[in-house]
Design a protein around this ligand. Sequence first.
Ligand SMILES: NC(=O)c1ccc[n+]([C@@H]2O[C@H](COP(=O)([O-])OP(=O)(O)OC[C@H]3O[C@@H](n4cnc5c(N)ncnc54)[C@H](OP(=O)(O)O)[C@@H]3O)[C@@H](O)[C@H]2O)c1
Length: 274
Amino acid sequence: MLHGPQPGPVDDDALSAVYPWPDTTGKPYVRAMMVCTLDGAAAGDDGLSGSVSGGADRSVLRAVRRFADVVLVGGGTMKAEGYGPLKARPEDADVRRDAGQAPAPVLAVVSGSLDLPLDPGGFTDSDVTPIVFTTSSADPARVEDVRKRCEVVQLPGEKVDAEQVVQQLHRRGLGRIVCEGGPGLLHQVTESGLLDEADITIAPMLVGTDKTPSTPMVSDPSTMTLQHVLTAEEFLMLRYTRGTGTGTAEPSAPNPRDVTSAPGSDGDDQGAES
Ligand SMILES: NC(=O)c1ccc[n+]([C@@H]2O[C@H](COP(=O)([O-])OP(=O)(O)OC[C@H]3O[C@@H](n4cnc5c(N)ncnc54)[C@H](OP(=O)(O)O)[C@@H]3O)[C@@H](O)[C@H]2O)c1
């Protein structure tokens, strides 16, 4: 059970309410969802984020995904984590429909090689057809293969431009974007100035960083504003938004500084943090 900004347990609805999505009609909203250990690792010795995650962390992942339009991941994460299909949740159907959303978020994958797991039962069995962003120079045979089960968008350039990905998604009415990594794609999103929010879980362990890909320095580092801290199972679930101080374009949020603790939580979502 999570305890939230207001002292006391946090159920699924209350948890989603403290990760609000703004109106994205005029502008997309991109949030990062990542877990890292006390020594900065994004993966444990199995090379996966699940081994540094926990139930409370997965509850937050689920709360954010519930009303997202897009779950955005890099090809490396798709392969490493073996994403399963994104399915609609009947209990969220009315809210999503009233907001003009598809029944489930779209899984969007960024990949140059298109070396993706296309087997039945995997991400391609999502309720909404996944979108794969690749380059115009991608292997035509692979493009054809992926196109059998996904929509493929080919963009100019040697690698896929993160800004164009976000623009393309927004043009389709998909403005609520949660980027679940990995570090490589998240770096590009950050470098492009696209990141509006960072939802970062700190896991109570030190595992070493051998299995964590390094990323280049950000050319124009920025500071973010803490909106809340949730705690459960010795984990900290942090929510930061773009900019410093007040006056940011941040969706309505509760008191940011209340920190409470809770004995435990549960969660069942697959993905980068499971
Ligand atoms: N702690 C966490 O919350 C978390 C979250 C996610 C992942 N992870 C972990 O992070 C590791 C993976 O990290 P990563 O940085 O390698 O992941 P990544 O960013 O998901 O993947 C990098 C790969 O994705 C493709 N790609 C990414 N951006 C691209 C672009 N702009 N254009 C073309 N292709 C692009 C490329 O591979 P291809 O061209 O071959 O597709 C690239 O090598 C795994 O160990 C995973 O478990 C941890």
